[in-house]
Design a protein around this ligand. Structure first.
Ligand code: PLP
Length: 478
């Protein structure tokens, strides 16, 4: 084959295959060797200056060398979120079939947004959303859209609800949520022009109190404001807590409010028996967000919004209403029976995100996903058990949906011990080793160590070692 001319931005087939194999090898090595690498190393300021200060690369360089540079100098300078010792944030244990789904999506560079453009990927998107709805126990007819993540999925939900309940007029709109709501969700409300709208209510036991919501709704209605939405959490990021969904659903029915559930972290647990019990009432929501790039083990980015009545999405987002001089889109106008998914959300061109979820669901089988989620629930219960059996540890929250918060109590604790500072020092010590990464957080004003145990490749023995490290770090402070 002849060498492509520079303007073609092309490689020979042989070069592509050789480079592709090299990249696949690097990814496989990364995934297989994660456990033996440090979970994290802090990158000092200045350490990436050789990346930051590079001039514009006018001339070509050997792509294999560049791939190696990324693999050696760039990618390892990251927290290994899929490391079995990573308990901080929401760990992200991706899977190789998901990786390949993304490779296919970007290689074929199709877009499911318009049926005319990407009917096949659109069909995969629709069926995968239907599977998710079914797996979460949502009623038949539920539909949805895929998004870059939970933030955009929540934004899409609130925008759809505003359109549906307020005729898109944000004046005097009020929505209700607890102080455990994810800050990115509150920011999304601000982006929608609802910045002053959220009544961020104090939580009771980390849960939204339906009676408090009822009182607020009554008083807002009396004051002439327009309540339209309750934004409930199904698995807060901080403690994994779940708002009382059945009571909130009843309240929403009585007061004609949209019930939206942010299950970005927790909704996936509904696929298991224990999770379904913890998330009872999820099926009564008008909309639910789930983040497959969290507890469904997909590579970033993929979020999903599921809506009980998908026609509400079409009413809120159909592009026809906005078409100015866009005759060029006539070619992509859907015929009866066809769906343009870009009419159901905020994005126009989208990556074929659902391919990775489709490929991993089918390749591993959903039963394996249930087992993987169950493993995360088991690990949290195991950790909680260790905490409760220790005289030096105290459980502050959970275990709930794979998250627990605990605290070290010195054996000789007198009133003067600064327990908050002790937790921070313990986390620092533990995180300085190569094996574990844990976060601290505040639980009812008290500093705690927070563990999220949803990586299915983490073992009970890993949790045992972590608890040993926490105890040793704590004792060393005495
Ligand atoms: C992660 C998370 C979000 C934000 O989702 P992104 O995918 O990071 O955009 C929102 N809500 C909850 C409960 C989350 O755990």
């Amino acid at each position: 084959m002849t060498t492509p001319a520079p303007h073609e931005l092309d490689l020979t087939a042989e070069q592509m295959r050789a480079l592709g194999h090299r990249v696949v090898d690097l990814v496989v090595d990364h995934l297989h060797e994660q456990r033996n690498r440090p979970v994290h190393r802090r990158v000092e300021a200045g350490e990436v200056d050789h990346v930051l200060t590079e001039p514009v690369p006018e001339d070509p360089a050997d792509p294999a060398g560049l791939v190696d540079f990324l693999a050696a100098e760039v990618l390892p300078r990251s927290l290994r979120l899929g490391h079995p010792g990573c308990f901080a944030f929401i760990p992200s244990a991706n899977n190789f079939l998901g990786v390949l789904g993304d490779l296919l999506a970007s290689g074929f560079n199709t877009s499911p947004g318009a049926w005319f453009v990407g009917a096949g990927p659109a069909a995969v998107e629709q069926v995968t959303a239907r599977w998710l709805a079914e797996l979460l126990g949502m009623p038949a007819g539920t539909g949805g859209v895929f998004t870059p993540g939970g933030t955009m999925a929540n934004l899409t939900a609130v925008a759809a609800a505003r359109y549906d309940r307020l005729d898109d007029d944000a004046a005097d709109a009020v929505l209700y949520c607890s102080d455990q709501t994810h800050p990115a969700v509150l920011r999304a409300c601000r982006v929608l022009g609802l910045g002053d709208s959220p009544r961020v209510l104090p939580s009771t036991g980390h849960r939204l109190d339906p009676d408090l919501v009822r009182r607020e709704v009554d008083s807002d209605r009396r004051a002439g404001r327009r309540p339209f939405l309750v934004l409930a959490n199904a698995g807060t990021t901080n403690t994994g807590s779940v708002d009382p969904l059945p009571e909130l659903a009843r309240l929403c029915r009585e007061h004609d409010l949209w019930l939206h559930v942010d299950g970005a972290h927790g909704a996936a647990a509904s696929m298991t028996t224990r999770g379904r019990a913890a998330l009872v009432g999820l099926d009564e929501a008008d909309s639910v967000v789930i983040d497959p790039h969290k507890w469904l083990f997909q590579p970033y980015e993929i979020g999903c919004l599921l809506v009980r009545d998908p026609a509400t999405l079409h009413r809120a987002f159909a592009l026809g209403r906005f078409r100015a001089q866009a005759g060029y889109l006539d070619l992509a106008r859907p015929a009866p029976g066809e769906v343009n998914l870009s009419d159901h959300g905020v994005q126009f061109t989208t990556a074929a995100r659902a391919l990775k979820l489709w490929l991993s669901f089918k390749g591993f089988g959903v039963a394996a996903f249930r087992a993987a989620i169950d493993r995360g629930l088991d690990l949290a219960e195991h950790a909680a058990d260790l905490v409760q059996r220790s005289h030096e540890l105290e459980l502050l929250a959970g275990p709930s949906l794979g998250i627990l918060c605990l605290r070290y109590r010195p054996r000789a604790a007198d009133g003067a011990a600064d327990l908050d500072a002790i937790q921070a020092r313990i986390a620092e010590t533990v995180n300085q080793g190569d094996r574990f990464m844990i976060a601290t957080t505040d639980v009812d004003g008290r500093r705690a160590l927070r563990l999220c145990t949803i990586n299915p490749r983490t073992t009970p023995a890993d949790v045992d070692s972590l608890v040993v490290d926490v105890l040793e770090a704590g004792r060393a402070l005495e």
